[in-house]
Design a protein. Structure first.
Length: 392
């Protein structure tokens, strides 16, 4: 016990000696230390400097920016108003406004503008077939203009994909035609329009985008006009190709493609390069539980030449619809079957052939309507019409 006490005392003396020695080695602190300098936060820049203009601007591709209107060409009363925009008293965004607001476009292409927006408050509505044909005619002219390298077309997102598909069928071109829009108005806080438009011009200026038909570029995704569809009312990631997926992407470093469309389009289309003054009337009948056949009867009474049945499941009509289909077929009306699932294809089964109903493959009903309209300008032969749906 006594040995433990001696050892403990010796250890304590050694420890105290080390502490005193270390304290002696530390310089004495000043009685009144100098105050620290105030930390000044860096100034928040009010503007972001532009990238330097290219030295060979005259050699950049010539891209025509054509406005057909849409949310991307709309303003709202406040920046937080991203759903109830436009209307009387709110000026629209003119094509030259895009050029002013996006000076970065000058680093990508020589952009010129054309305005094909329908007049506001027109009694016939915002857009008619005559408007589509006027744009198609102009696009066919631009396709033949050697000074033009590509075209960007703005459009409202509600019907953009079917309009783009119509141009895919009727414009004869190797050059890229890129449809673009936005889910939020040009004036909206965190609007998607500016970057969408910038990327669309990049795609139209890309040599890699040639011979791929009419394209759609939003949210950095590049889709074929045939495949793309709107899947959400307001979300910016709304446009997708549910069956085929994207062709490529407008990434920050470059525009990159991973695949090409295999269905006929643009310069391969039998319908391209024709100035259509009108097309046969075709309507769409939606399929649901106990869909009545009298809706089809009413369409026939109004003179339709074709009807697309957007059927349930793999493409089925109700009993009442089936009976009405037979009545309409007796009057020469052609029928195409699509599926309301929006994914997967309608197969051309023996039962469907026996019923004389065309298979719309994986086309959305509004696009099957357009293809049938164009097909009926050439023929009413069942096999030939089915060939169109197999190849386009």
């Amino acid at each position: 016990m006594q040995t433990f006490d001696v050892t403990f005392v010796r250890s304590l003396r050694l420890l105290l000696g080390g502490v005193l020695a270390a304290a002696a080695a530390v310089p004495a602190l000043a009685a009144d230390p100098a105050p620290m300098a105030a930390v000044v936060p860096p100034e928040i820049p009010q503007s972001i400097p532009m990238e330097p203009a290219p030295k060979n601007a005259a050699a950049l591709p010539h891209v025509v920016l054509m406005s057909m209107g849409g949310t991307i060409a709309s303003r709202a009363s406040t920046r937080l108003n991203i759903t109830n925009y436009g209307g009387k008293g709110v000026p629209r965004v003119n094509p030259e406004d895009w050029i002013h607001d996006l000076p970065e476009l000058a680093n990508v292409a020589r952009v010129t503008t054309e305005d094909f927006r329908p007049p506001e408050d027109r009694p016939t509505g915002p857009e008619t077939f005559a408007d589509l044909e006027m744009v198609a005619k102009r696009l066919n002219e631009l396709a033949q203009d050697p000074s033009v390298d590509g075209v960007v077309v703005t459009h409202g997102t509600n019907t953009m994909t079917e309009v783009a598909y119509y141009m895919d069928l009727v414009v004869k071109t190797h050059k890229p035609i890129v449809f673009v829009g936005s889910q939020r108005p040009w004036s909206g806080l965190s609007g998607d329009g500016p970057l969408n438009l910038y990327n669309a011009v990049r795609v139209a200026a890309s040599k890699d985008a040639w011979d791929k038909g009419v394209l759609h570029c939003m949210n950095q995704n590049i889709n074929a006009a045939r495949d793309v569809m709107k899947t959400s009312a307001y979300r910016v990631q709304t446009f997708r190709g549910p069956n085929a997926g994207a062709l490529g992407f407008a990434d920050p470093d470059r525009v990159v493609f991973y695949r090409e469309p295999v269905r006929k389009h643009t310069y391969l289309s039998e319908f391209a390069g024709v100035d259509y003054k009108s097309v046969p009337a075709v309507e769409v009948a939606y399929g649901y539980e106990e869909t009545p056949g009298y809706l089809i009867d009413a369409m026939v009474e109004h003179g339709v030449k074709g009807i697309v049945i957007d059927g349930t499941g793999a493409g089925s009509a109700t009993t009442s619809q089936t009976e009405a289909i037979k009545r309409a077929q007796a009057k020469g009306v052609m029928f195409v079957m699509t599926t309301r699932t929006r994914s997967g294809r309608v197969q051309f089964t023996p039962r469907r052939r026996e019923a004389n109903i065309l298979s719309g493959d994986d086309l959305q009903p509004e696009k099957a309507r357009l293809l049938l309209q164009l097909g009926l300008t050439k023929t009413t032969n069942f096999e030939e019409l089915q060939r169109y749906f197999d190849e386009y």
